[in-house]
Design a protein. Structure first.
Length: 346
């Protein structure tokens, strides 16, 4: 239902980390168009316009009402002339979009190495991750994410009973579908976390549900300042997995007729394993959305002279690292109101 009284424009911040954005998007028709344009500019390495379109989309997503006429957007941040043209040519953009993307097929241009493998010669065997391409290019449902959570939870706690496991990424923000399922796992004992991750992988392998695994050992160096580059991956131990999920494990069953017949589907799972004293930074960094993360870092840098990434928060004025055990600590260090995970769908 639409709110009848629009939010006063002056209260909308240019930073996503100062807006509350739920999964209910009242301006999807516009934000879809902006995102198509952002992707096409990204594809052509035009970072400036790409970011401008992403920011415009993000501002519209935060509005509790639907934009009805162009004048009301004039006072909103990040909706320059550039973007306004798009609203006017919306029908054309939507046609283009329909032609380029279909249904729930997710964009294959993702951050994960599986999608960036080099082209293969026709006579060489397919990498094993490609065997599951059909399954993993289909969205994962909340029920499937829940079922995977149970599997990971069992494995983690069988190895380390007091381990800390948290669902993160889009499902933590309350999304109904995702392209993968993201978890953070750590141990109360500092330094035991990496061993836990390798043991979990071994256990999944022995259970016969590990279809593919790409493991990266930790290269974390605590003396380094937080990175300026947003897209740089963090340095904690992590693994990109493809797991076999049985129909019987999913409440309400699997999504497609073919998977139903087979009785299982393949799902992408990411596990990241930071030392416990970095847990809050990693949780905040992996909870997303991407735009929320980008703006958190930009806000820290521009408004507070601080550097934030998935490892740490550094105050450039005081020349010191600021410790945090919870996400709330980090928001407080930044002088930001706390934003709940389900309000971070920027
Ligand atoms: N992330 C990041 N920097 C990267 C990659 C990811 O900060 N280079 C963060 C932001 C993402 C989160 O990690 O929100 C999880 O990454 P995903 O690609 O899994 O994104 P989501 O879980 O938000 O989306 P989806 O539902 O499509 O999985
Ligand atoms: Mg995800």
């Amino acid at each position: 239902p639409e709110a009848t009284t629009p939010t006063p424009m002056s209260t909308v911040s240019q930073y996503a980390c100062q807006r509350r954005t739920t999964t209910q998007n009242n301006n999807k028709i516009f934000t879809d168009a902006f995102e198509v344009l952002a992707e096409s500019h990204e594809f052509n390495d035009m970072e400036g316009p790409c970011l401008a379109f992403r920011r415009a989309a993000s501002v519209l997503k935060s509005l509790p009402w639907t934009v009805q006429n162009l004048r009301v957007t004039e006072d909103l941040p990040c909706l320059g002339e550039h973007s306004m043209c798009v609203i006017e040519v919306r029908p054309i953009v939507l046609c283009l979009q329909r032609a380029n993307t279909g249904g729930r097929l997710l964009s294959a241009r993702r951050t994960h190495p599986i999608f960036t493998l080099p082209l293969i010669h026709s006579d060489s065997p397919l990498p094993r991750s490609f065997l599951h391409y059909g399954d993993i290019s289909r969205a994962v449902s909340k029920a499937e994410a829940q079922a995977l959570g149970n599997i990971i939870d069992e494995a983690v706690h069988a190895i380390t009973p007091d381990a800390i496991l948290t669902l993160t990424g889009g499902f933590r923000r309350g999304k109904d579908f995702g392209h993968d399922v993201d978890f953070i796992v750590t141990t109360p004992q500092l330094g035991k976390e990496e061993r836990l991750l390798t043991s979990v992988i071994d256990r999944l392998k022995h259970q016969g549900i590990l279809l593919y695994c790409e493991y990266q050992a930790s290269t974390f160096d605590e003396s380094k300042l937080p990175s300026h580059r947003f897209e740089a991956m963090d340095h904690f131990a992590k693994c990109f997995l493809i797991l076999r999920l049985e129909d019987s494990q999913v409440d309400g069953g699997l999504q497609t007729a073919e998977e139903d017949r087979r009785g299982w589907r393949a799902v992408r799972v990411d596990l990241v394993s930071p030392p416990v004293d970095r847990y809050a930074f990693t949780l905040l960094g992996w909870s997303g959305s991407r735009q929320f993360e980008r703006d958190l870092r930009r806000f820290a840098r521009m408004e507070r002279r601080m550097l934030l990434d998935n490892h740490a928060l550094y105050d450039k004025t005081k020349k010191e690292f600021l410790a945090a055990t919870t996400e709330k600590d980090i928001f407080a260090h930044l002088g930001l109101e706390y934003i709940e995970p389900w309000q971070r769908n920027a």
